[in-house]
Design a protein around this ligand. Structure first.
Ligand SMILES: Nc1ncnc2c1ncn2[C@@H]1O[C@H](COP(=O)(O)OP(=O)(O)OP(=O)(O)O)[C@@H](O)[C@H]1O
Length: 369
């Protein structure tokens, strides 16, 4: 980010460590499929007990990175250590993780009990211990009453709970979740994401979840790893990636925003339509900057005096807030306001409103970034 009123906090694109104990360390990992580079020099540290989300558009490499960590698609280059152990060359069976896929991937011919107990074999899991552990997990995911059923007799949300219980049963050091909520409808998805987070906190298991849904990542993660085109663009808390995006890509991908170009002048930023937005000088005069502004940061008023004004082109009532589309020449802005505020300023389609964009809330990037 070029700089803005938020300059003092700009350096803090990275979140402070959650526990201070690195658990998973990914160093300079690359992954090629033939001549195609799906991951390029990816480095990342996940702290013990942390919940991290890999977020990014389709094809950016989220699943590839998760699979490299699991050893399902080993990295072409780089090093991965887990709990101090170099796992780079180990097959999945020699690593310490549980994994949940979008498609549940349960054994259809096994009961819920047998699915959950599937990984509990060998000398470590004598019959009684295995039975107790399965019962404990079924209770944790709220499926005790469904123990004898088969996957086809369960809803999608219940099947995903079974998959979660199965992944957690052997007490893995790392829980990997690959779009676990994507196949579920909105209500179940919302509910289950809360349950997953509560369960993760209770067990303290270090967790990585892949998602392309930024609201989901914001709601659930301690830190978000924003990926694009095989690279990590930013690692930070949900607040950091939203409020202090490290790149124009992150600013545009995470959360809603309006964007436009403006040229740095002595007295502020000049938009394409000639409006001057007062800001301190943040870049060499004459530089074109890409400006992003969040809907909740667009200040609206009834007054349409000398400052910036724009016409309301659409107004949606969403319950607690209203969303407005505004236009002035080439400038298009999205704003949010409470229904009370909408009433007070008389906002409705075709009406012109006063608009101000607080300098400290503008997110600025060099145009070619
Ligand atoms: N086995 C493979 N062979 C060839 N290319 C692959 C393979 N697996 C993944 N890719 C490519 O690598 C890139 C990254 O894929 P990946 O599945 O990691 O993306 P993603 O970010 O998880 O996307 P999505 O959200 O759509 O699942 C894509 O362009 C994909 O086509």
């Amino acid at each position: 980010m070029v700089g803005s009123g938020a300059t003092a906090t700009l350096a803090a694109g990275q979140a402070p460590p959650i526990t201070g104990t690195p658990y998973l360390v990914v160093e300079h990992v690359a992954k090629r499929f033939g001549s195609f580079a799906a991951l390029r020099d990816v480095s990342l540290t996940v702290e013990a007990g942390e919940f991290v989300c890999f977020l990014g558009p389709s094809g950016c490499g989220k699943t590839t990175l998760l699979r490299a960590i699991a050893g399902l698609d080993p990295a072409s280059e780089g090093r991965i250590t887990q709990g101090g152990r170099d796992i780079t060359g180990l097959p999945p069976s020699a690593r310490d993780f549980g994994i949940v896929f979008q498609s549940y991937a349960l054994f259809p011919n096994l009961s819920v009990t047998d699915n959950v107990g599937y990984g509990l074999r060998g000398a470590l899991w004598p019959k009684a211990r295995r039975r107790d552990r399965v019962a404990e997990l079924l209770s944790l995911v709220g499926l005790t009453d469904h123990a004898r059923k088969y996957p086809s007799q369960l809803s999608g949300g219940q099947q995903q709970r079974v998959a979660l219980a199965r992944a957690l049963a052997p007490e893995p050091g790392l829980l990997l979740l690959d779009e676990p909520l994507s196949a579920l409808d909105a209500q179940v998805r919302h509910h289950l994401r809360g349950e997953i987070r509560a369960l993760q906190r209770r067990l303290g298991v270090t967790t990585i979840m892949v998602t392309h849904d930024q609201e989901e990542a914001m709601a659930i993660a301690d830190r978000i790893v924003v990926m694009n085109n095989g690279l990590i663009e930013q690692v930070g808390t949900p607040e950091a990636v939203y409020r202090r995006p490290a790149s124009a890509f992150v600013a545009g991908f995470v959360g809603r925003s309006s964007q436009f170009d403006a040229v740095m002048e002595e007295r502020g930023l000049r938009t394409a339509d000639g409006h001057l937005l007062p800001t301190p000088i943040l870049a060499p005069v004459g530089t074109t900057l890409r400006v992003f502004v969040r809907p909740e940061d667009v200040r609206l008023s009834a007054a349409t005096g000398t400052g910036l004004s724009a016409q309301v082109t659409a107004l949606e009532y969403l319950g607690p807030v209203c969303r407005l589309a505004l236009e002035d020449g080439r400038l298009r802005l999205e704003a949010e306001a409470s229904p009370d505020e909408i009433r007070d300023i008389g906002a409705q389609p075709m009406v012109r409103l006063g608009v101000s964009l607080p300098p400290s809330r503008l997110l600025l990037f060099s145009s070619d970034a």
